[in-house]
Write a protein that binds this ligand. Structure first.
Ligand code: FE2
Ligand code: FE2
Length: 214
């Protein structure tokens, strides 16, 4: 095969339109009114190498190049629409947006390039992306109101919901948890059903539930 005709992307499953994801993530950041919170988000993402390339998981959901950015966008859009759909809510949407945008930022440090793809590092299981993400957020607290900063940190720490070490204590934290779950689970269920024949069912390896195709 001639060298100039070799395109590695032909051999790697990379379904994400990264330009589109970047543009829409920028749109979500632009919805943050507080300039201190907006720069917190930008500074953390800018100082996270691999944020736009890393997968969001080893296997279960968004496990492909750009998966982390795509999952982050989905979780943020879902969280924002949840906060706007439930009647008579008074959520702090700046804090909700920042928490959603940063909830999995620690995952970028849990993978490294290998060949054309990514492999998980020991940090993925030995430390965990929640603690790594919280540490990254803590490095950029300057310029954010301390109470709102603490709320953003709480959202990052509690995003795994009632079974995580830190349980959500605010409606904003619950909204990000539900949005995270919705994005992750639906991606997994969609990928588990993608190659089913009509009227076939199987135990979905990604979503870990039985899936069926009508
Ligand atoms: Fe997570
Ligand atoms: Fe997530």
């Amino acid at each position: 095969m001639p060298q100039e005709g070799f395109d590695p992307s032909l051999f790697v499953y990379a379904p994400v339109d990264l330009d589109e994801v970047r543009r829409r993530l920028g749109g979500m950041i632009a919805k943050i009114d507080d300039p201190g919170i907006a720069s917190l988000v930008l500074e953390v993402i800018d100082s996270t190498p691999g944020f736009f390339e890393a997968p969001a998981a080893k296997f279960h959901h968004h496990a492909y190049i750009g998966g982390l950015a795509e999952h982050t966008l989905e979780a943020t859009e879902i969280a924002l629409s949840l906060s706007g759909t439930v009647n008579r809510t008074r959520m702090d949407t700046d804090v909700l947006l920042a928490g959603a945008l940063l909830h999995d930022v620690g995952k970028a440090a849990c993978f490294r390039h290998q060949g054309f793809s990514f492999v998980a590092l020991p940090e993925y299981t030995l430390v965990g992306h929640t603690a790594i993400g919280a540490a990254a957020v803590l490095r950029h607290s300057a310029g954010v109101d301390p109470s709102r900063f603490a709320h953003i940190l709480h959202i990052v720490m509690s995003h795994h919901g009632p079974y995580g070490e830190v349980k959500p204590r605010t409606p904003e934290a619950w909204a990000v948890h539900f949005a995270d779950n919705a994005s992750a689970f639906l991606r997994a269920a969609l990928d588990d059903t993608a190659d089913l024949a009509p009227e076939e069912e199987r135990k979905g390896a990604r979503c870990r539930q039985t899936v069926y195709r009508f």
